[in-house]
Design a protein around this ligand. Structure first.
Ligand SMILES: N[C@@H](CCC(=O)N[C@@H](CS)C(=O)NCC(=O)O)C(=O)O
Length: 255
């Protein structure tokens, strides 16, 4: 523990040298720009939070996928054809010719980060990366799964939940996750203009993805001024704006 800072300093120094000399990170950026950018099909639906994350990351990294529309409201994600792509019956799925489909939005974000390291969506330091991944987990692993269509379907079919009760359920879990994040953002020194520091990371993408879907369901944030400030910053960035659920194919008019 005593010498941890030396270890981190050496790591940082190695990383800087390797980037300058087109090492690990530099090489990866170079390889994507010098080789043909792979073609991707992104299976999504206009309002899915997890697909929003991938849309934003791809836009930030300058990769534009062919979007394939899977109608969640019509149950297409549980149809035979899509279950061959993702047996979980969940969106998104990113398909690159010659490779098995990639599922799980956070795994896809990590894949894109390695494929195209610029602009970085993870901090360069060990502890920063862990903090960002921890915030990602709060949102993508602890908050989002509770409010998915499959949970709604089960609660309605097995426990007779009506629409008002479902909305109360959604509100409860969205706000519980955001309240915990607000507490961290206000008390931890890593917070800056964005969730971590002054540039966009995966944490901001996941945060904006939760708020985007709250907006779809007309659920407001409550007592989360730091989150509101960060989301406003994200809203002003083109990649986030283009991923707005209401700007996707198949979306209803915003009212
Ligand atoms: N952990 C997965 C979650 C995927 C997920 O649940 N996607 C939702 C849309 S945001 C979905 O397709 N749900 C279908 C369902 O719940 O039936 C990820 O991050 O990709």
């Amino acid at each position: 523990m005593k010498f941890e800072w030396i270890y981190e300093w050496i790591n940082e120094w190695i990383l800087q040298c390797s980037t300058k000399s087109a090492g690990t990170q530099g090489q990866a950026a170079l390889s994507l720009s010098t080789m043909t950018t792979p073609t991707f099909d992104l299976y999504g639906y206009w309002r899915t939070s997890a697909t929003f994350r991938v849309r934003v990351a791809m836009a930030l990294k300058g990769i534009s996928p062919n979007e394939k529309f899977i109608n969640v409201d019509a149950g297409e994600h549980r149809g035979e054809a899509f279950l061959k792509i993702n047996p979980m019956g969940a969106l998104p799925a990113l398909v690159e010719a010659g490779h098995p489909p990639l599922t799980q939005s956070v795994a896809i974000l990590e894949f894109l980060e390695e494929l195209q390291p610029e602009p970085p969506l993870l901090p360069r330091d060990l502890h920063g990366r862990a903090r960002v991944r921890s915030i990602v987990g709060m949102l993508a692993a602890d908050t989002h799964p509770l409010v998915t269509p499959r949970v709604k379907k089960y609660l309605q079919a097995e426990h007779g939940l009506n629409d008002a009760q479902w909305k109360a359920w959604q509100t409860q879990w969205f706000r519980t996750g955001l309240a915990a994040l607000e507490q961290r953002l206000t008390s931890e020194p890593g917070t800056g203009d964005f969730c971590h520091g002054d540039t966009v990371t995966m944490a901001d993408i996941c945060l904006a993805s939760i708020v985007a879907v709250m907006r779809v369901f007309k659920i407001t944030t409550e007592n989360t001024p730091t989150i509101d400030r960060i989301v406003a910053r994200c809203d002003a960035i083109e990649a986030f704006d283009r991923a707005d659920p209401f700007k996707q194919a198949g979306a209803p008019a915003k009212n």
